[in-house]
Design a protein. Structure first.
Lengths: 150, 150
DNA sequence: CAAATTTGGTACGATATCGCACTATATAGT
DNA sequence: ACTATATAGTGCGATATCGTACCAAATTTG
């Protein structure tokens, strides 16, 4: 196994573990029945403005549209988003946050603040800031390659 | 949202996206019916020696033991691992790699080598090496905290 | 503008994840 | 030793993910 391969292999291995641990921490703070994708969608809608179509969201998270249909159905059933017809395209819908959706997202973030503060005592925020640019760049590169061949 | 929170939030967001992209690349190289957890188990068994019990593996990957039962059943059905009784504990089993299992793992890694080499043209292995120690340390810290409160 | 193609969304079925409950064995407590 | 508790694994049911097939509306094309 070439050196380069081993390095990337280790990198993705570590990233996979961290992802799993982070997900577990988030889900521990979410109410029963909500999982990471639900929160992620709420968060995305706050950040980029709600009113997106389901397909927009599926693309943003790179999941099949059928998966997004399912996730949105869950959010709607809990009254966290509202699905409205898209006035610009009768095939389509728009996803709007409800007050409950916004406040659930706020509350979850608030619950994470002490978590992160605690973690920062062992792994300082400065170190996070230091590693972020490389991660962002790697993500962008991998994302751009995604379309191309394989 | 405090600065620290925002930084960790961004960090885990990037990590989540990279994990998803890496997983997609791996699964594109796996034969029909095999997914990331299958490969991960094969790989783990090579690295730490096979003969582990299902529970060892569940702990190593921090998944519920029922999930591991399912993953192992899939690997066994495809002849990639062999389940034997554990001579030291009649409740328990041991998971052994078959030749097919070893060679599938080898072949998959071989298929990833050019992928990574290609990626390294845009994101050099040195940069991976540079970011690895911090990721490993973060993973260790988060892992250690897992048991404690929450 | 009619026909062909593309696009947004859902229904449905296959497989995955995981909690709960259960069996069989192992270990601890007295 | 005898009972109580803990541990290894699985069966089952609930929910998640995702591919295929499908419908309805939009767009393209001739």
């Amino acid at each position: 196994m070439p050196e380069t391969t081993g390095l990337f292999f280790s990198l993705f291995n570590e990233i996979g573990i961290i992802e799993q641990l982070a997900r577990a921490q988030l889900e521990a703070r979410l109410p029963e029945g909500l999982i990471t994708p639900h929160f992620t969608v709420l968060n995305h809608l706050v950040r980029v403005q709600d009113g997106r179509t389901p397909l927009d969201l599926a693309r943003a998270f790179q999941v099949p549209k059928t998966s997004m249909t399912h996730t949105l159905a869950g959010l709607e059933a809990l009254g966290l988003v509202e699905m409205r017809p898209n006035p610009e395209d009768k095939r389509s819908k728009q996803v709007w946050l409800t007050e409950a959706g916004r406040s659930l997202r706020e509350g979850t973030i608030a619950a994470l603040v002490p978590q992160f503060a605690d973690l920062a005592r062992e792994f300082p925020a400065e170190r996070v800031a230091a590693m972020l640019p490389a991660l962002i760049e790697l993500r962008q590169i991998m994302d751009a390659r995604r379309g191309r061949k394989g």
